[in-house]
Design a protein around this ligand. Structure first.
Ligand code: ARG
Length: 575
């Protein structure tokens, strides 16, 4: 896409006066603003900082410069107060957008920014034998979207699910299972049953502290490779994974690797040895720690007194393994903000070990999800299972589809696309770092800034194009430039600009690891499209006008489909 902002920057930087103050094209480009009020033009150049050098009031400078500058793509350059406002030639922008979107198609919005660079995106990472609750939806959905966006930006993306499949809780589970577990019960409903054992274990352990000791010893045995313990652990893992897979399939989410915590169990000694060699380890009450007090990060426990390693040790091993295996450019972790300290600690340790790539390991935190009836907690069993949430969404959507007599011949498929799409969309619409309360009403509200609203807009565009093709209309790519003169009304231009801004919005969402930036822009596109639809007579009598408008509809549909795809939300043809 043509960079109109650049064109304006070049024209401004070419002014003698501007050169004299030492502003080059790049800095002018940075100074240019996009006015909040579109009446003030498409770009604005504030003149405040020129006052000193010019020894003149900013307003007077703006007035003078506005008269001197001409930009080929701008139909008007105007001074308002201390600003020079640039109004792009609407027809020219429309022509540029149509040309770009139609020729790039599915690739519209993509770039080569990350070419040749590997990005590891770690997300989801649920704990085996514990529920995949709605708290995990954040990591799963945000991480997957970040992976998609990075890939679209040209990065070589590797998706990892760092399963929580190791640690003392497996000692607890094995103890609990041996005391009162039943194989049939586990097989029938693995995670719910294992969770029940886990909750029960904690209740019993309150009266009988020896249980905790027994659990620790059992985990130690597992770490040392004891066969019976290993078999049980492996079985818990497999059964749990089956359940997780159901959820991933419902969400349409995939991974390249399931190398979880247990994968690193044989890579611990090396970490411990290396830490020792580099004089980072200290003994404390029989345990091994790294003292990070001087960085305000407390003490990191690396190895317990009973010899078992910890979550943090496995993260250090995993980072080293990933660097050696993938030679990543970025190693991203989409993990709750509750784990801030954990990430700060181990990334600091890796840095102290002398690995300069520690700086490329990035924790991408997100806030909490609360339930309307209070917080969720694994230990007491007050959880909402993600699978139930997704099934609920599909079911409720089915009711709405039937009630509203929505246009579809496959109610099942439509309920899935819309119901699950609604859950994903609302999740990605929230700024990731903010806490939010999960509410059924909000998720399934079909009006407002929601997934179904955007999906409906896409389907509306599809049906317009379908009607055109049924009428034998094939809008031609030829004469795009002349066609664009029909796309200069306020509502057309609002849509043109929303499409024009999509590529840089995707880039911003990628560089900030913030899918909500894209999600909100998708709503803008849908709203602009609906404004255009309501205000313009698309099937105009003039064939050229009609074709131009249909081409813009086609572009809007393409942009919605591409961006919904990045979020992992379906784009139905009918609705
Ligand atoms: N399994 C952990 C949990 O559910 C998240 C793992 C995060 N990833 C990591 N590399 N530490 O809390």
């Amino acid at each position: 896409m043509k960079d109109f902002r650049r064109e304006i920057a070049v024209a401004i930087a070419a002014q003698e006066k501007i050169k004299e103050v030492g502003l080059d094209e790049a800095s002018v480009y940075e100074i240019l603003e996009v006015p909040a009020d579109e009446k003030m033009g498409d770009y604005a150049f504030p003149c405040f900082r020129l006052a000193k050098a010019f020894k003149k009031a900013p307003n007077a400078i703006a007035e003078k410069l506005a008269g001197l500058i001409t930009v080929p793509a701008a139909e008007k350059v105007e001074n308002v107060a201390a600003y020079i406002n640039f109004y792009l030639d609407r027809g020219e922008v429309a022509a540029e957008v149509l040309k770009t979107v139609l020729s790039e198609g599915d690739g519209f919005g993509s770039s080569l920014l990350g070419k040749g660079k590997t990005a590891i995106v770690e997300y989801s990472s649920p704990n085996i034998a514990k529920p995949f609750h709605i708290g995990h939806i954040r990591s799963t959905v945000i991480g997957s979207a970040i992976g998609n966006i990075m890939k679209f930006l040209g990065y070589d993306v590797t998706r990892i699910n760092h399963l929580g499949d190791y640690g003392t809780q497996f000692g607890k589970l094995i103890v609990a299972y041996r005391r009162y577990g039943s194989k049939e019960e586990v097989e029938a409903e693995p995670i719910k049953t294992l969770l029940k054992y886990y909750v029960e274990f904690h209740k019993l352990a309150e009266d009988d502290p020896t249980l905790e000791v027994e659990a620790r010893e059992t985990f130690s045995k597992l770490e040392q490779g004891a066969e019976e313990e290993y078999e049980l652990w492996k079985w818990f893992r497999e059964e749990s994974l089956k359940e997780f897979t159901v959820v991933y399939e419902m969400l349409g989410i995939e991974f390249d690797s399931y190398a979880g915590e247990s994968f690193y169990s044989d890579k611990m000694d090396r970490v411990i040895d290396e830490l020792e060699e580099k004089n980072l380890l200290q003994e404390s009450d029989g345990a091994m720690i790294v003292d990070l007090e001087e960085y305000d990060l407390g003490k990191a426990l690396i190895k317990k007194s009973d010899g078992s390693t910890l979550y943090i040790t496995r993260d250090i091993a995993a980072a080293i393994y990933r660097k050696e295996t993938y030679d990543f450019y970025k190693n991203l972790y989409i993990v709750a903000s509750q784990q801030d300290l954990h990430f700060k600690q181990w990334i600091k340790i890796v840095e102290l070990m002398g690995y300069d790539w520690a700086a490329d390991c990035v924790h991408i935190p997100f806030g909490l999800v609360r339930l309307e009836n209070g917080a969720m907690q694994t230990r007491t069993g007050n959880v909402v299972f993600l699978e139930d949430v997704l099934r609920g969404a599909v079911e409720k959507t089915r009711e709405i589809i039937i009630e509203k007599a929505v246009n579809t011949d496959d109610v099942e498929e439509m309920s899935k696309t819309v119901g699950i799409g609604a859950v994903i969309f609302q999740e990605l619409h929230n700024n990731r770092i903010k806490d939010y309360t999960f509410s059924w009403d909000k998720v399934l509200n079909f009006e407002g800034e929601t997934g179904p609203y955007v999906q409906y807009s896409h389907a509306r565009a599809a049906s317009l194009l379908k009607r055109a093709s049924e009428d034998g209309i094939v809008p031609s790519m030829e004469g795009l430039a002349s066609a664009s003169k029909y796309l200069t009304s306020d509502s057309s231009f609002a849509l043109v600009k929303a499409l024009f801004n999509l590529p840089e919005t995707i880039e911003e969402a990628g560089l900030k690891y913030e899918p909500s930036i894209l999600t909100r822009h998708i709503v803008d596109i849908a709203q602009a499209f609906n404004g255009f639809y309501h205000e313009e007579h698309i099937f105009a009598l003039d064939a050229k006008e009609r074709d131009a408008k249909l081409l813009l509809v086609k572009c809007a549909k393409q942009a919605l489909a591409n961006s919904l795809g990045l979020l992992g939300v379906g784009a139905p043809e009918r609705m």
